[in-house]
Design a protein around this ligand. Structure first.
Ligand SMILES: Nc1nc2c(c(=O)[nH]1)N[C@H]1C(S)=C(S)[C@@H](COP(=O)(O)O)O[C@H]1N2
Ligand SMILES: [Mo]
Length: 545
């Protein structure tokens, strides 16, 4: 026993000290992570926003997420799924960082190694994104380096501030230096202060770098301004506005044309691709005689066509909100494909987006005379960034995942045998034809309505086939024909109303089913969205008072 040592402090004090030291170590780890991410953001402001470490890791996580989990996320969190993912990534990062900090207080090198490894992992994630360049690795590498150096520095300070090991074996370590113990204010005390100050300063600097990086990136890549500067020419032969009789005058019924701001959004993009239209080009290649390269200006000089169309998502549940109607404007996709000269044998058209999404459509359908577009505008304005600015494809009759590539940069004329696009690789149906759907919008689920005559109203679609009939029934009674609003064409949804006479007090279930223009009645059989779209009848339960 070392008899020179002062009596050990009471156990409670010692435990607190150990705890405090562990806490300081964890905080140092978090501080190093904040500095690392801040550095990454700052570098990403120069090299391009897609390389920012959180975004690169998050995007890779999305691509690697198994389909059922992704479905669960979309179902549970809806459009908030990406915010939840980002929150999860940050939380996980914070926990890992705290653990790393704690580890480093014992072995400073190990913490540095963890940060370096994550830097390399982030660089790999950034580089493995399609369309990535070498520069996209820089933010993660900077993160790794800054994180490693910071955690090394802070953990050295932590060790220096450690109290002497009073219970240890007689072997004298520097901590046991009796000279140290005789000082009135032991150096570990000031050491601890310095450590806390350094930790705080690191967090502040890291946060400032992060916010600064974001602000800088937003300035450098101000897509809003570029989009506002785009002048979209009018259609060669403008369509008349949709007739007013397409929408019954029922309060609570969705508008016939969906305002852009209300149009549903479904994609895998963690941050919206920012494409400068002046630098954008679209390639049409593959099984064609003359590959084409079109600039945005070239596209705007094509004769532009309008298309009124209801787009819907395969992930939409029965009665769900992922459908919207809009007036697209764009160049004719079949005309451009004919100019390129499609070779015999090709049967799939694969669109690729700037962020690496791939979407395949049956080529035969694209060329069968339907109006398919390379759309540049939506409801009279340039495509909103969230909906594909500057250009997306639209092919009526197919779910979005099989027809509507946003941020489109490449069209590959190929075969189904040769290529499986993104969602097909994850088990979704390769055709993606829209199934007949109908939904009750009025009354709302669990609404209380007065007895007597109740107005029921909603929307039905069977895109590109059209809706021929909608029927409604109450409490499993006989089906009644609903009154259809005017038909604006097979590519559009159709609204309907039904007057439920003699509604008596109590709880009732209203059901709806549609018949498409081919005469096929919507199936009652319930199917989940995976793998080819939800089926089953929508119903709402209401209370008549
Ligand atoms: N680049 C890209 N395009 C995409 C997607 C995507 O994830 N990335 N999602 C598709 C899906 S699943 C749908 S339903 C539609 C949705 O288009 P919207 O967000 O404009 O409504 O876009 C399609 N195009
Ligand atoms: Mo979708």
């Amino acid at each position: 026993m070392n008899t020179n040592a002062a009596p050990p402090p009471p156990p409670s004090v010692r435990r607190w000290t150990r705890l405090a030291r562990a806490g300081a170590a964890a905080a140092a780890g978090v501080a190093a992570a904040v500095a690392a991410l801040g550095a990454g953001e700052l570098v990403a402001a120069v090299t391009g926003p897609d390389g920012a470490p959180v975004i690169a890791v998050g995007s890779t996580a999305i691509d690697l997420t198994p389909t059922p989990l992704k479905e669960y996320a979309v179902r549970t969190f809806g459009t908030q799924d990406k915010a939840v993912l980002l929150g999860g990534i940050l939380l996980t990062t914070a926990l890992l960082a705290a653990l790393t900090g704690w580890l480093s207080a014992r072995r400073p090198r190990s913490g540095a190694t963890v940060f370096a490894a994550f830097g390399l992992l982030g660089a790999w994630a950034a580089l493995s994104r399609s369309g990535a360049g070498a520069a996209d690795a820089a933010p993660a590498l900077a993160s790794g380096a800054v994180g490693a150096l910071t955690v090394l520095g802070l953990s050295r300070m932590n060790r220096a501030a450690a109290p002497p090991a009073r219970t240890s074996a007689p072997t004298a370590s520097s901590d046991d230096d009796p000279a140290q113990q005789e000082q009135p204010a032991p150096p570990q005390h000031t050491g601890r202060r310095a450590l806390l100050a350094a930790t705080g300063a690191t967090i502040t600097a890291g946060a400032l770098a992060g916010v600064g990086g974001r602000v800088l990136a937003d300035r450098r890549y101000d897509i809003g301004a570029l989009r506002a500067a785009v002048r979209i020419p009018p259609a060669a032969r403008p369509l008349p506005p949709p007739p007013t009789a397409v929408r019954p005058e029922v309060p609570g019924l969705s508008p016939f044309v969906t305002p852009n701001a209300d149009f549903y959004r479904v994609d895998t993009a963690l941050t919206l691709p920012r494409i400068d239209p002046r630098r954008w080009a679209l390639r049409i290649r593959g099984l064609v005689d003359h590959p084409l390269l079109l600039t945005f200006d070239d596209l705007l000089h094509e004769p532009l066509e309008e298309l009124d169309h209801t787009l819907t998502c395969v992930s939409n549940e029965v009665g769900g909100p992922y459908a919207g109607t809009t007036r697209w404007l764009g160049a004719s996709l079949p005309a451009l494909l004919r100019r390129a000269g499609v070779r015999p044998g090709a049967d799939q058209l694969v669109g690729r987006s700037q962020d690496g999404m791939t979407i395949g459509t049956p080529l035969e359908s694209v060329l069968d005379g339907r109006r398919a577009l390379l759309a540049v505008a939506m409801n009279g304005e340039a495509l909103p960034v969230a909906h594909g600015f500057p250009c997306r494809s639209v092919v009526p009759g197919f779910y979005g995942y099989a027809s509507a590539t946003k941020w489109l940069v490449d069209l590959d004329v190929t075969t189904f045998a040769a290529y499986d696009p993104y969602w097909v690789r994850r088990g979704w149906d390769r055709t993606g034809a829209v199934r007949t759907a109908s939904r009750i919008e009025v009354p709302a689920p669990f609404a209380r309505v007065p007895a007597g005559e109740v107005t029921v109203a909603g929307t039905a679609w069977a895109t590109h086939r059209g809706i021929a009939a909608v029927e409604v029934r109450v409490d499993g009674g006989p089906w009644q024909q609903a009154r259809l609003a005017d038909d604006a064409g097979p590519d559009l949804w159709r609204q309907w109303t039904h007057s439920w006479a003699g509604a008596r007090p109590g709880t009732h279930r209203i059901e709806v089913r549609a018949t498409d223009a081919d005469g096929a009645v919507q199936t009652e059989e319930r199917a989940a969205p995976f793998p080819s779209g939800a089926t089953g009848w929508h119903s709402v339960v209401v209370t008549v008072t």
